[in-house]
Design a protein around this ligand. Structure first.
Ligand SMILES: C[S@@+](CC[C@H](N)C(=O)[O-])C[C@H]1O[C@@H](n2cnc3c(N)ncnc32)[C@H](O)[C@@H]1O
Length: 203
């Protein structure tokens, strides 16, 4: 019964995420590598944007997602290798991967800088970090005020999610060779996560 409720919940979340971010994710992942690392893959929301036959090295601390991850991987025709730990220390060799992808993850990790430098460590020269994240709003805007008001209950309710991180700036300051970044507002009713960034950082 609990499993059925869980699956129903993720199906609803999946529809919402796909409607709001599908087109953008598709574009970001256009021409993606044959093998890529996805950090914080959750239940596998992003497998639908990958070519069948792609190998995804999933870095996801919660093993409770493993079954759903495997089922969705099979459905979308991708191969998964699941690592159940955080992206701050990945059991992957230096300069061994062409692409790392993450959506809505850097809001939840404990230490963003550590994760970004770990991503840089595993990326090959010219390798790409592709990201889509919600971020802190501009200072003194009404959204920024809302973010400030709700940040604590939001973090508690949404499993460690921080609504007011300057993720775009952190990526820009991480000494990638090149960073292409776009800011956009999502048309969502969840006001604290309206401002977003997405883009590609090249090592
Ligand atoms: C908001 S969910 C996003 C899931 C999925 N990427 C998406 O876009 O729907 C955040 C995910 O990051 C995972 N996470 C939290 N801390 C992490 C860490 N240190 N390293 C990797 N993943 C982490 C959580 O377990 C969760 O699955």
């Amino acid at each position: 019964m609990i499993q059925k409720i869980n699956e129903w919940f993720f199906l609803m979340v999946d529809r919402y995420m796909h409607t709001h971010y599908g087109e953008r994710k598709q574009k970001l992942l256009e021409g993606h590598a044959d093998t890529l690392v996805e950090i914080g893959a959750g239940y596998g929301a992003n497998f639908r944007y990958l070519r069948p036959g792609t190998k995804v090295i999933v870095i996801e601390p919660k093993s409770s997602f493993n079954e759903l991850l495997r089922r969705r991987a099979k459905y979308y025709g991708v191969e998964v290798e699941i690592h159940n730990y955080g992206a701050g220390t990945m059991n992957l060799k230096d300069e061994s991967v062409d692409m790392v992808f993450g959506s809505m993850v850097l809001c939840s990790v404990e230490n963003q800088v550590k994760v970004i430098f770990e991503i840089k460590r595993v990326l090959k020269e010219e390798g790409k970090f592709v990201f889509l994240e919600h971020v802190k709003a501009e200072r003194d805007t009404w959204i920024c005020k809302v973010q400030h008001l709700v940040k604590k209950p939001w973090k508690w309710f949404f499993d460690g999610c921080n609504v007011n991180r300057n993720t775009g700036k952190v990526i820009q300051n991480a000494h990638f060779r090149k960073v292409e970044i776009q800011e956009f507002n999502s048309r969502t009713l969840f006001v604290p996560i309206i401002p977003h960034v997405c883009g590609v950082a090249v090592k």
